[in-house]
Design a protein around this ligand. Structure first.
Ligand SMILES: NC(=O)c1ccc[n+]([C@@H]2O[C@H](COP(=O)([O-])OP(=O)(O)OC[C@H]3O[C@@H](n4cnc5c(N)ncnc54)[C@H](OP(=O)(O)O)[C@@H]3O)[C@@H](O)[C@H]2O)c1
Length: 325
């Protein structure tokens, strides 16, 4: 698989990474139960087929995703790059809270390394800013962890340009993880130019709009505890508009002998600033389909056509508003 350098510091990451949110099972923002056997098979299939890095977080499955990653990665002979995060914690009832207090970050990295059964982590990212703390305060803690050698690279997710600038002025940011797909393009206006100028790698999350950009998405067959059942994008009237959009993407994908998914992934990875798109597969077959189907050539004409279709969606229902935790 093609690889790209994670910003100016590297290493070379495959242009598709594997995300572990959707395989992590049931919790407040879970996607429904996934058997461990199936999750591990998905992880191994991705690694067998050339994906060389995994994105996870403590909050995915309230620790379960990191434990799954440990079970898969630690039996592999090759080096797998593992990225995790800090900043969202939970209580005994599974209620989530943002917490980037310095003491909490120390506690979180210890728990993460224990679950991952690793001595150090390849990339540690602030998952979401904590409104109670200026981001610089938490960033300095990540810098300390880096200096101690507990983490090898540090990055940010879900930050504004202003927050990114503040962190960069304290210590170089190795990676940024923003949402980025055909229908969520905000990052390319402000954050990507800053990343380009400072050699920051971009790891695009939700490249398939959490499954919506796929011809097989059917909300009615998702399990009761799938978070998408509560999200406005996956309900009418938005859903109908998105489905029409996907229908048009399918016509284009068919004419290129591709699929809606590969068209959507091609669009994300064709942006020169994107290092890798994090795909949230939860079945081994997801990986096979993505890798066995041709990718369309993302010509300027095709890009324009896709952007026009996406602009129509926004005219109809406005921009997507993500759920707040
Ligand atoms: N930093 C953050 O705040 C943040 C936020 C969101 C995500 N992320 C990261 O980004 C990763 C990916 O984002 P995402 O989980 O939102 O999902 P995504 O990659 O946009 O979509 C994943 C979903 O697409 C469907 N899919 C994938 N491959 C398919 C295939 N070949 N055929 C049919 N359907 C397919 C599956 O839906 P079904 O399982 O329903 O079939 C799958 O669960 C996450 O796992 C996580 O690591 C980070």
């Amino acid at each position: 698989m093609e690889t790209r350098s994670l910003g100016k510091y590297g290493p070379a990451l495959s242009i598709l990474g594997l995300g572990t949110w959707s395989m992590a099972g049931s919790w407040r923002y879970g996607w429904g139960h996934v058997e461990e056997k199936q999750a591990l098979a998905t992880l191994h299939r991705a690694l067998d087929r050339g994906i060389n890095w995994i994105d996870t977080a403590p909050v995915y499955g309230l620790g379960r995703a990191e434990s799954l990653v440990a079970k898969a990665v630690n039996v592999r002979p090759e080096k797998i790059f593992v990225a995790s995060k800090c900043g969202i914690w939970w209580n005994s009832k599974g209620k989530l809270r943002h917490d980037l207090a310095p003491a909490m970050i120390h506690r979180e990295i210890d728990a993460t390394l224990e679950r991952l059964q690793m001595k150090r982590l390849d990339l540690y990212q602030i998952h979401w800013p904590d409104p109670r703390f200026p981001i610089e305060k938490s960033w300095r803690v990540l810098k300390k962890l880096l200096e101690k050698g507990v983490v090898l690279r540090i990055g940010l997710s879900n930050v504004s340009l202003e927050q990114l600038e503040k962190c960069q002025s304290i210590y170089p940011v190795h990676s940024l993880q923003p949402p980025y797909n055909l229908l969520r393009r905000e990052a390319q206006e402000t954050l990507f130019p800053f990343c380009r100028n400072h050699g920051i790698g971009v790891l695009a999350y939700s490249p398939l709009f959490s499954g919506l950009l796929s011809e097989s998405f059917q909300p009615e067959i998702q399990s009761e505890d799938d978070w998408r059942r509560r999200d406005q994008a996956f309900q009418e009237p938005a859903l109908g508009v998105y489905r029409q959009f996907v229908g048009k993407l399918k016509e284009i994908a068919d004419s290129c002998h591709s699929s809606v998914i590969n068209l959507a992934l091609s669009w994300v990875t064709s942006h020169p600033e994107v290092t890798s798109a994090i795909v949230g597969a939860r079945q081994p077959e997801h990986i096979d389909r993505i890798l066995d189907t041709p990718y369309p050539d993302m010509t300027p004409r095709l890009k324009k056509q896709l952007l026009n279709l996406a602009a129509n969606v926004e005219t109809n229902i406005g921009k997507y508003k993500p759920p707040s935790h």
